[in-house]
Design a protein around this ligand. Structure first.
Ligand code: ZN
Length: 371
């Protein structure tokens, strides 16, 4: 098989072995590409990438590949012999674990080229409150040229997490974050940013606390391709409700109206939304009416949403596919065009462009590996 044919088949979500096993029979089309996937967890443990490939099978065409930039400290003073594996299981702080980037790069490089083509590795191991963060990202690209497509998922405001991180708290107004996004705009790195739009349990009828700061940040970086993870929602960061005493209007918007306002805004054309995480699916699927309104919004702006699982180191296919399968009621309400774009087309457009731009930028720095 030629390299080019292999690459085409990979983009179509087919591995070489599938083709050989099936002869000339048309392979089943993949269900989705995963724009939000964690290979490792909050203690930097996870599954082997080959196990992931097995689970992807022919159902998943391509996937982002990243760990988690934060490590939960196992503080003996705090939890004794109990070893926490999640940030809610300990009062001890989280800290930035930069080795994750080397781990992800080496994992990717351990794969055959035909399998590498299915992954878009992402850099995450930087502290977004550190003016040196952009230098870390450059150092990772220089050390592992030909590997990374983007940065993220990294977090600025995140319920329960931000306040647990040792050192200075990250902020949307910190110039350190501007330096990171300047580099992304210059190099083509696709950005996957987690930033809660609001405080947990926010009051109804008020603008989400971080909305204006987030829009300002996004507008300062119109050259970057930026995906806002989870549309800014969280486990207890609910979609904004319009004030209950008055109907939803532009001056008293509900969450869908806020998102639509951003989609219509010509200064935010470089911004995309991922609907990853079962905690987000629970909002979209809360009632048939909300699911229908969400589908209507996606059908009107089909180029601007991406599916991602946000699954962390899944043990089996049931866990791996749970979020995609939860969304069946939503898939059923999307137009054929919107469904294909959200599940696959937008991923391929954005991440293919990211790959091309970052490889060209690396070559311009003299870091080419000849790939
Ligand atoms: Zn995530």
């Amino acid at each position: 098989m030629t390299r080019r044919l292999a690459a085409v088949l990979i983009i179509a979500g087919v591995t070489a072995s599938t083709v050989m096993a099936q002869g000339t029979a048309a392979p089943p089309p993949s269900d989705f590409d995963d724009s939000h996937f964690h290979l490792t967890n909050y203690i930097q443990e996870g599954i082997d990438v080959r196990e992931l490939l097995n689970m992807m099978g022919t159902r998943v065409g391509r996937s982002t590949l990243f760990g988690i930039p934060l490590q939960q400290t196992w503080s003996y003073e705090n939890s004794g012999s109990f070893a926490p594996t999640y940030y809610l299981q300990s009062d001890a702080p989280l800290y930035y674990y930069s080795f994750t980037d080397a781990y992800i790069a080496m994992t990717y490089r351990s794969l055959a080229p035909v399998d590498r083509a299915r992954f878009d590795p992402m850099i995450t191991g930087f502290n977004p409150a550190d003016m040196y963060a952009a230098d870390h990202i450059k150092r990772v690209l220089r050390t592992f040229p030909g590997v990374f497509t983007g940065i993220g998922e990294f977090s600025i405001h995140k319920e329960f997490v931000s306040s647990k991180i040792a050192g200075e708290v990250a902020s949307l107004t910190n110039p350190a974050l501007d330096r990171i996004l300047d580099l992304a705009g210059e190099s083509g790195l696709v950005v996957l940013i987690h930033n809660d739009v609001d405080m947990p349990f926010a009051r109804t009828g008020t603008e989400p606390v971080y909305l204006t700061q987030m829009k300002d940040l996004l507008r300062r970086h119109a050259n970057a391709t930026i995906i806002w993870a989870h549309m800014g929602l969280g486990r207890v960061v609910h979609p904004t409700q319009s004030s209950a005493s008055a109907p939803a209007t532009e001056r008293n918007p509900n969450f869908a109206m806020i998102v639509e306002g951003m989609l219509r805004d010509s200064t935010l054309r470089h911004v995309y939304f991922d609907i990853s995480w079962d905690e987000v699916a629970k909002y979209i699927l809360a009632t048939p009416e909300i699911t229908r309104r969400s589908a209507d919004l996606i059908n009107r702006y089909p180029d601007r949403f991406l599916f991602g699982s946000d699954v962390v180191a899944p043990r089996d296919t049931t866990q791996y596919y749970a979020v995609f399968d939860m969304y069946r009621p939503l898939w059923a309400l999307l137009s054929a065009d919107a469904s294909t774009k959200v599940r696959k087309g937008n991923y391929e457009r954005l991440f293919d462009a990211g790959r091309r731009r970052v490889r060209a930028w690396e070559r311009a720095q003299g870091w080419s590996t000849g790939q």
